[in-house]
Write a protein that binds this ligand. Sequence first.
Ligand code: UGB
Length: 626
Amino acid sequence: GDNAGLLSDQDRALVAQLLELDQGHLFRAWPQRGSQDEGKRRLLAQLALLDASYHGGVAAYVRNARKLLQDSKEGANPFEGYVPSVPAGATLDFGSPAFLALEAAGAAEAGAAAFVLVAGGLGERLGYSGIKVALPSECASGTPFLGLYIGSILALQARSQSGRKLPLAIMTSDDTHARTEALLRDHGYFGMEPGQVTLIKQEKVACLTDNAAHLAPDPADPAFGVQTKPHGHGDVHMLLHSSGLARKWLGEGLKWVCFFQDTNALVFRGLLPALGVSAREGYDMNSLAVPRRAKEAIGAIARLEHSNPPPGTPASLTINVEYNQLDPLLRGTMSKEGDVNDPKTGYSPFPGNINQLVLRLASYVPQLEATGGVISEFVNPKYKDATKTDFKSSTRLECMMQDYPKALPASAKVGFTTINQVWASYSPVKNSPADAAAKFKEGNPTHSATTGELDIYKANCLALQDMAGAKLPSPLQSATFNGIATEVYPRVVLTAAFAPTLGEIKAKVAPGSIRLGPGAALVLDGAGISVQGPLEVSGALVVRAVPGAKVVIGPMKVENKGWEWHPIAEGEAASEEERIRGFKVLRHETQELVFDKPGSYTVPEPAAAATAKPAEPAPAAAAKPA
Ligand code: UGB
């Protein structure tokens, strides 16, 4: 009507296209020209952005959506004709000789690796108001996830022969970009050079209200906005292509690119042996995996074979089958019970994908060049009922980074690396306290802020035990946090600076030198620290050493009131970070040894030990009771 005068030629073409796509509802309630023109312009600008940031524009988006929604409604099997089986890959026991050998090989390969953190997700399921990478990974040291990851990369860089500064790319979105930037800035890039870090921002896609792919009004701006959501972590490939980063890395002589998620503190424990496996097998793609419980919300890595593939589709591929697609695939082929555990093992026969991927740059870059990094999409609407007509809430198209093998030629080598002990390499922070408590009741992993922290301590305690014969308390403490009843290991933090590998823990901690009491807290942070012992900790001990400070911890008994992981009572005041864990840490007393100048130190001072005085730090160290 009279609004036509508002439109540029470009707007006009886009609006015409949208009308043709049956999206007239976006414009139907427009008042006459002169009324709310600013809102109209806002909508047009948003539509133009949506059009520009999607391969093929908004028209392609709506067409793709209709096709995928139709398939979903019909319950179409996207794996039609494919027969799944368990693929070949490496399976390792945490700390075994094979693990240690591959870990050492992987640590060497890491000197030629780039790292990519996908951190554009809202963390909707966690219900946390901040960005997830800013969350403390654990409360003993308070290190945020981002600091933990960067610390791991820097520790590998410091030990690498290559002398290279290892690059880190972080995929952000409008939801996380500014806060990720601020977090880096406020923490001095956690010790990285700013030039080592590149932020690549993904754009969102439009939400859809129904099977006809009508674009959803934005609840915050229903008259003049379209609701949008992230397109998924698969965008990372497109961005590594369009930013030129992948090509640049290959050009600089790097060999590997390692992808990881926002909140798995244990990622580097598994990533290093996986890098070792990638190098040994020459894998183009290697997915880190854990034993998977049937119906758990992690994808399954499967080999798919087609006896008579339609043109353009591969006869076989090894690929992640997402949890919502696995059950129908299995019912249609190898098991009419669907996604169930193997009664012999209690686990799904398929390795569980934890989306930590190692790709070979030499094959990645040509694939990006051939595909533009565009990865196949899917849709996952939550229907109101079995008629599959109405959605509980709006949906959108998504894509996943682990679908990368779909872009690879049949000759590519795709494998996986399973670490048998789930607690050793995988404990993400994904679920809200309420959802976590429900999962706990069902006997499933909770993937909560509670376990994300406690599993770090567990993994470190068991690393000390397995690598250095540390004596752990028996029985362990037990506690209930946010309805999750759990054992609590001594709160041990071994930073990556201290030891990025199990092998280094073994080298730095003398056999049988550490004994931990049930309530002990122990933080070892610094490359020069080693433990001769006997070191007995029943309170809290923190040892920090700057680079160049060599600290040998000798005979020492730490007995103080220590730190308490105190369950939060209902109605008790607590920060959001504490509330999602279900505990707060009360620091009653701490022995803190800080070595802030290079040099050689022994703790306690030999003279002090000889006269049997209570343990005291070397002169350069400051002992600070809390
Ligand atoms: N992410 C983005 O950066 N951008 C996006 O648009 C979306 C996400 P979720 P999901 O290991 O537990 C994955 O939501 O998708 C980032 C695998 O698909 O936490 O449910 C986001 O910030 C699944 O196979 O996970 O499931 C986060 O860092 C299984 O491996 C990451 O992507 C599962 O993870 C993952 O996003 C798992």
